[in-house]
Design a protein around this ligand. Structure first.
Ligand SMILES: C[S@@+](CC[C@H](N)C(=O)[O-])C[C@H]1O[C@@H](n2cnc3c(N)ncnc32)[C@H](O)[C@@H]1O
Length: 207
């Protein structure tokens, strides 16, 4: 039996209203990239609202919280189960800011929907947006309203920059969407970078 640390919830880490709003928006996607999957709860939710057999890609560093609890086997099991029911699912256990993760996701993109829920520091979420955002037509962010995370700052900046956004905020978390397919070309190309943005990243052996 797995002894979960108390900070790791044994349920989806999103509020129901915000979550169902997001699911309705991404429903019917044929390809999904999630940055930050933890135990795979949201990944499963997305898969069930995507088309049958959708391409599902997940990046997670596999170590969560102060104890650096290892979720890689659990997430790997979720991916295996998705494959067993017909999805084209893969996970990369790596730091999303590493060049190898960026290359992996780009090689297999683009995606209808990219969901960013990994590193919540301002520098971290900004790097994920710059490295992965442009791969999606629709890019979701969790915690756009969270006072202790940097996501709120990035979200405010994106809105100021004129991106076409939509949000559902019914809690201290908040969920936001950027529609890159509906943005002016100048903003879309601003997102194009030639080298991965990496505030800091740790290399970890892939499992
Ligand atoms: C909030 S949890 C994700 C929850 C998940 N999306 C859900 O709703 O079920 C954040 C996850 O991001 C991962 N993470 C944090 N920083 C990361 C980074 N730089 N690269 C890859 N994964 C990262 C953590 O390992 C953790 O599993």
């Amino acid at each position: 039996m797995v002894n979960f640390p108390s900070y790791l919830p044994n349920r989806l880490q999103q509020t129901e209203e915000e979550w169902t709003w997001l699911l309705d928006k991404m429903a019917g996607s044929e390809s999904i990239l999630e940055v930050g999957s933890c135990l795979g709860y949201s990944l499963w939710g997305f898969a069930l609202r995507a088309i049958k057999g959708a391409k599902i890609r997940s990046i997670d560093m596999g170590l969560v919280g102060p104890e650096r609890f290892d979720v890689s086997d659990i997430l790997g099991g979720a991916i295996k189960a998705l494959r067993q029911v017909g999805y084209d699912a893969e996970v990369l256990i790596a730091d999303s800011h590493s060049p190898e993760a960026v290359e992996w996701a780009h090689r297999q993109g683009p995606y209808d929907f990219v969901y960013i829920d990994g590193d919540h520091s301002y520098e971290g979420v900004k790097a994920d947006w710059e490295n992965y955002g442009r791969l999606g037509d629709m890019v979701g962010f969790h915690d756009i309203n969270h006072g202790h995370h940097g996501v709120r700052q990035l979200w405010t900046e994106l809105k100021k920059q004129g991106y076409h956004t939509e949000e559902k905020v019914t809690s201290h978390q908040g969920t936001g969407l950027v529609y890159l397919d509906q943005c002016p070309t100048s903003l879309r190309s601003r997102n194009v970078i030639s080298t991965p943005t990496a505030p800091k990243w740790r290399r970890r052996a892939l499992t």
